[in-house]
Design a protein around this ligand. Structure first.
Ligand SMILES: [Mn+2]
Length: 393
């Protein structure tokens, strides 16, 4: 089984379209499916980035589904908080005939996909829980308005369904997909909060019935509650500079028939996803950032640039964006602590005598920007106006 999630097809990175990168990521997944003889693909929500996805996003999705059907690889996909469940679930009865099982409604949670295992009569059932917004589903399912209450209810329903199946298939085991925020997991800057009433997380206890839980929602790959078999695959690609060090990956899970006629996880491992925008997070003084070796390395990368310098050249931004062609996020930081700067400000004020000089020092201190000719002209106009008014009194 190959576990992935959070494709977010159609997303952009600081307004840079990444449809081509996403297509390459999907191709990598197809290559892995072939190389590793994967029997089933599971995608735990956020297939699309938006409820109404772009045409390019739908084209990528359509292409992927076509490839999976052509290769005869079944897939189980659930809707996430970014997906429109209704739109993702369109014609799901028909796609299921081609082996593409879309889980987008709560009444589907007790309709797992059954897989037969070599060497045992016991099947493996794959259940999938679509993202359930408590505001939409708590009343419908008769629970408190929280993710925890909803997941407890759904997990109990699944456990009951599995218990019934075990009456005829005593060794049956189950995997579950869910799109939730598991307690203790680590976020990045690119997930949309699903907090309701201030609480967005669910405890890992709700996944107790499953031999593997394939989670989606958080974009950083991670295990949950110290359990190797409860984990986030992480997203297909990086969506924010905070994810620059994420090792984007998919999870592969081998199952085997046990001696007592059941099914168990044999092995869990990960494979990297290398289709990514070339990103770089650079920080330093003006002279450090303009060093030729650094510029040569990152000139064409998509860069978050932080200029840490109290006294950069007046046209630092223009110079730096000339050297680095794709600066997507530019920040400035002071090297000197604020108190020291304040003392300097007082000292500077004490040294000057004219209104023009006071304006210049004030403006530079407050905005941190260069007092250029245009600014000087504006201040001089204002000073002239004030002086004229004072003379008329
Ligand atoms: Mn997501």
């Amino acid at each position: 089984m190959l576990h992935t999630a959070d494709w977010h097809l159609g997303r952009s990175f600081h307004k840079v379209g990444i449809d081509d990168v996403q297509r390459a990521g999907l191709q990598e997944i197809l290559d892995l499916i072939e190389r590793k003889n994967v029997d089933v693909l599971v995608v735990s929500g956020d297939i699309f980035d938006r409820a109404i996805p772009s045409a390019a996003a739908v084209a990528n999705y359509n292409w992927m589904i076509g490839e999976l059907v052509a290769r005869g690889v079944p897939a189980i996909m659930s809707s996430g908080n970014h997906d429109s469940a209704e739109r993702l679930g369109v014609a799901r009865a028909a796609t299921a005939l081609g082996g593409i099982h879309l889980y987008t409604a709560p009444d589907q949670v007790t309709e797992p996909v059954r897989f037969d295992m070599a060497g045992t009569d016991a099947p493996l059932y794959i259940y999938a829980v679509p993202y359930l917004d408590p505001r939409a589903y708590a009343t419908l399912l008769g629970t408190e308005m929280s993710h925890q209450a909803l997941l407890e209810k759904v997990s109990a329903d699944i456990a009951e369904d599995l218990a019934q199946r075990r009456q005829h298939e005593p060794g049956a085991q189950a995997v579950c997909l869910a799109h939730v925020f598991a307690q203790g997991a680590v976020t990045t800057e690119s997930e949309r909060s699903i907090a309701v009433g201030g609480i967005e997380s669910v405890s890992a206890d709700v996944f107790a019935p499953f031999i593997y839980t394939a989670l989606g929602h958080l974009h950083r790959p991670q295990i949950v509650a110290g359990e190797q078999h409860i984990r986030y695959s992480g997203s297909l690609t990086k969506f924010s500079f905070s994810e620059v060090h994420n090792n984007n990956q998919v999870v592969l899970v081998d199952f085997h028939a046990t001696e007592n006629g059941s099914v168990a996880v044999e092995k869990i491992w990960t494979e990297p996803l290398s289709a990514q925008l070339p990103l770089a997070v650079l920080s330093g003084s003006f002279s450090e950032l303009t060093e030729q070796t650094l510029v040569d390395q990152y000139a064409e990368h998509f860069v978050q640039l932080t200029l840490v310098d109290d006294d950069p050249p007046t046209d630092a931004y223009r110079q730096l964006t000339g050297l680095y062609r794709n600066v997507l996020d530019f920040r400035r930081q002071r090297l000197t602590p604020r108190e020291a700067v304040n003392r300097t400000y007082q000292d500077q004020l004490a040294e000057v005598t004219t209104d023009e000089e006071i304006c210049q020092i004030f403006y530079t201190h407050v905005t941190g920007r260069d007092y250029d000719e245009q600014t000087r002209a504006s201040f001089n106009d204002a000073l002239e106006t004030v002086r004229a008014q004072l003379q008329n009194h």
